[in-house]
Design a protein around this ligand. Structure first.
Ligand code: TXA
Ligand code: MG
Length: 346
């Protein structure tokens, strides 16, 4: 199995040469934000990330659309750029395993896998560490976090220069194929990303394997270059998920998994005395509420997305009778916010 992966890498490297000149022409026509990755441009990309901007960068699997993983406003910009109608949990990219336990609770199985496969295309889902600085929006409110250490030197240099983990989904618009070249990112996200770091074509060309280590038996949530056989060789029994969070067998299970304890209602124009109110925009016309949390006083959807999970948690206290949420428009990030809230309302 390992040989197959390596053969795949070599083939990709070989074919990667052929379309280079052709691609250069497309690049110039599409976007001026594609920059060849070197020390200078990596430092520029890290500066943008530090400022809360998003940057596309190469990994050995596919190109990622990265943000500072500790900044929920920056993470909201990822969802906005991708145009995802839902908040899917993102992978947290680290440049080594040294400080991993700041972010997640690392167990023995994780340590074994990290030793064997990191850096590389294996993502591990682990419980969030108690004081994890990773934004709640990065994991779409889940108590678990997906972490991976990419093998690509440019990805690792970027994480290292930033000095923080990078949250990144694949750098494509929602519903389109994952990009394996900088030009693909430009075609898909073009004007939505201030910078695309060009590191040539991705060796693996397939997203990382996602392995859930929070279940009694390690569970493959997504297949990738680290195969079931490779994992079995090391761990023994492995199971495959029929209920992946983003491809659930029964949506009902996902709904209950995500629900706050208190009843939640949408499009509230007034709140009861025992209810907690989540406001959006000007809340002067909305009466009542035992307490108010302001998703965004100025009616900004990025700010609302950044605040959503933290405020839902704070609102979900048993001294209240329920959570009422003011109307949130359906355009842009509003679709994902309303999707998350209507699941919570179930
Ligand atoms: O190769 C890759 O994994 C690429 C590069 C950029 O690293 N990233 C990527 O990210 O494919 P994305 O967002 O397209 O896919 C992340 C997958 C999704 O299937 C998501 O549901 C799963 O990881 N995931 C993330 N966090 C999770 C969590 N806490 N629990 C379960 N699944 C999670
Ligand atoms: Mg993807």
């Amino acid at each position: 199995m390992r040989t197959k992966v390596i053969a795949g890498l070599i083939l990709r490297r070989f074919y990667g040469f052929i379309p280079t000149i052709y691609n250069k022409q497309i690049t110039m026509a599409i976007s001026s934000s594609i920059l060849t990755a070197d020390d200078t441009t990596i430092a520029q990309a890290a500066t943008l990330l530090r400022q809360g901007q998003i940057v596309a960068f190469p990994t050995e699997t596919v190109y990622g659309l990265g943000a500072d993983a500790t900044n929920d406003t920056a993470i909201a910009r990822i969802y906005e750029a991708k145009g995802r109608p839902q908040f899917n949990p993102l992978i947290i990219h680290v440049d080594d395993a040294a400080s991993l336990d700041r972010y997640v609770a690392v167990n023995d199985t994780a340590r074994t896998l990290i030793k064997a496969f990191w850096p590389g295309p294996l993502t591990l889902v682990l419980p969030r560490a108690a004081a994890s600085p990773i934004g709640l929006l990065a994991s779409a409110g889940l108590e678990t976090l997906a972490v991976r250490c990419p093998a690509h030197p440019i990805a690792r240099a970027l994480i290292h220069t930033l000095g923080k983990p990078i949250a990144a989904p694949s750098a494509n618009a929602s519903g389109t194929i994952s990009p394996t070249r900088a030009e693909h990112v430009a075609l898909s996200l073009g004007d939505k990303v201030p910078m695309i770091l060009d590191g040539g074509s991705c060796d693996v060309g397939l997203e990382s394997t996602v392995l859930d280590l929070t279940t009694a038996t390690p569970t493959i949530l997504r297949h990738g270059a680290i195969t079931k056989e490779m994992l079995q060789e090391l761990l023994g029994t492995i199971q495959e998920s029929l209920d992946h969070p983003t491809h659930p067998k029964s949506p009902g299970m996902l709904l209950s998994h995500y629900a706050p304890r208190l009843p939640l209602r949408l499009n509230a124009t007034e709140a009861g005395d025992q209810e907690v109110l989540l406001t959006f925009g000007d809340d002067a016309g909305c009466t009542g509420g035992a307490m108010r949390f302001h998703l965004s006083p100025k009616g900004d959807l990025i700010e609302s997305a950044a605040n959503l999970f933290a405020m839902l948690r704070e609102a979900d206290q048993l001294r209240f009778s329920g959570i009422a949420v003011m109307p949130i428009p359906m355009h842009g990030l509003g679709a994902a916010i309303n999707d998350r809230l209507s699941r919570a309302a179930h």
